[in-house]
Design a protein around this ligand. Structure first.
Ligand code: PLP
Length: 376
């Protein structure tokens, strides 16, 4: 492998914390014979997670993408409809729009915290627009009030993609339950995990019922083997839910540690020339799923390489979705997304990080940037 890699232990980008409590709850599910989706762990997880994020209903799923797909189905998005999606997000946010034969319309992000740009959303609305999907990118809430008023005005559904933002708050309200329907992911690298998993949350009883029906083969709730619509098998298992319950009980601790990690990075790296952090708006309580920085576009890949040589695992930002092969033919104008994407790095951000780990990362970034400045 790389000879310059020294013996330092690897610092991972987003490792979960899985311990005794998880083992105990999963063991309990096994002992009760509750291994499929039938059983009490799933319902308890749904109720408790929904309550945590301020929603009346939770519909747990096999992953976050399935939750997004269900949210669109339950909201009645279908062929011919347009759905407004930020260009800078994980690909699943747009793919689910295609799953229901609707068309994603990519809009730009604003340049401070990289959320949906309000004026871009406003100008993207047409007579075919049915929904907007704000994405709380890397754990920072989108400015929801203007989006909700715009949606009211044009009779649009707002589907929050909160896959990266468990516990984040917008003006004191937890994200996920501000729009008409929201989703979270519990993938292994998310703030809390069920291995693979997701959930739809909503305050709308009808949306909840429809999401449940689509999750379970489109089954009629009372008449067995009667399927009024074509559904899917998107259920979560009790083993996943048992893991999720253990994680949920520790969520506040995870969030606290993530705040500390983010604050430590920001204080250690505030003096480094040429580094910009994701902004934290005054109305937001972000959760820093990923502590994210921008560097000069010509320096980004070199810095990532340098960190890799020091056994520090980092990630580049997502490519703007309008530049990916399946979406290149859609007319899009998203210069901010393109710039931010080309300059962005996600730093190691997982809960297991020690202060020493954060210092090692900050020092490595600092060393690179200072050397670079001297050469300039
Ligand atoms: C992780 C993620 C998803 C998809 O969740 P999975 O559980 O991996 O299917 C969707 N949207 C965003 C923004 C994500 O980060």
């Amino acid at each position: 492998m790389n000879p310059s890699k020294d013996q330092l232990p690897v610092i991972y980008v987003a490792q979960p914390v899985i311990g005794e409590l998880e083992a105990r709850y999963v063991q309990e599910a096994i002992q009760r014979g509750e291994v499929s989706s039938l059983g009490s762990f799933v319902t308890e997880f749904e109720e408790r997670f929904a309550k945590r994020v301020g929603a009346a209903h939770g519909i747990a799923t096999c992953n976050g993408t399935a939750a997004l797909h269900l949210a669109l189905l339950a909201a009645g998005i279908g062929p011919g409809d347009e759905v407004i999606v930020p260009s800078l997000t994980f690909v699943a946010t747009a793919n689910v729009v295609k799953y229901v034969d609707a068309s994603p319309v990519f809009v730009d992000i604003e340049s401070n915290y990289w959320g949906l740009d309000y004026s871009a959303v406003r100008s993207a609305i047409t007579s075919r627009t049915k929904a907007i999907i704000p994405v709380h990118l890397y754990g920072h809430p989108v400015d929801m009030d203007p989006i909700m008023s715009l949606a009211d005005e044009h009779d649009l559904v707002v589907i929050e993609d909160a896959a990266e933002a468990h516990g984040a708050e917008y003006k004191g309200r937890p994200v996920g339950s501000i729009g008409h329907v929201g989703i979270f992911s519990f993938y292994g690298n998310k703030i809390m995990t069920t291995g693979e998993g997701g959930i739809v949350v909503t305050n709308d009883e009808m949306v909840a019922q429809r999401a449940k029906q689509y999750r379970d083969h489109g089954s009629d709730p009372v008449r067995r083997y009667w399927h009024p619509v074509i559904g899917y098998n998107y259920r979560m298992t009790n083993l996943q839910a048992a893991l999720g319950l253990a994680q949920l009980e520790q969520l506040e601790g995870f969030l606290e540690r993530k705040r500390e990690i983010s604050a430590l990075y920001r204080s250690l790296m505030s003096e480094i020339p040429g580094i910009e952090f994701q902004a934290e708006e005054s109305w937001a309580s972000p959760v820093s799923w990923m502590v994210s920085i921008l560097v000069g576009p010509e320096k980004r890949d070199e810095l990532m390489q340098r960190l890799d040589e020091k056994s520090i695992e980092v990630r580049p930002f997502f490519y703007p979705l309008h530049t990916l092969p399946p979406y290149q033919d859609i007319t899009s104008n998203c210069p901010v997304a393109e710039e931010v994407s080309s300059r962005g790095i996600n730093l190691p951000s997982g809960v297991p990080l020690t202060d020493k780990d954060v210092e090692r990362v900050a020092n490595a970034v600092s060393e690179f940037c200072l050397k670079d400045q001297q050469q300039a």
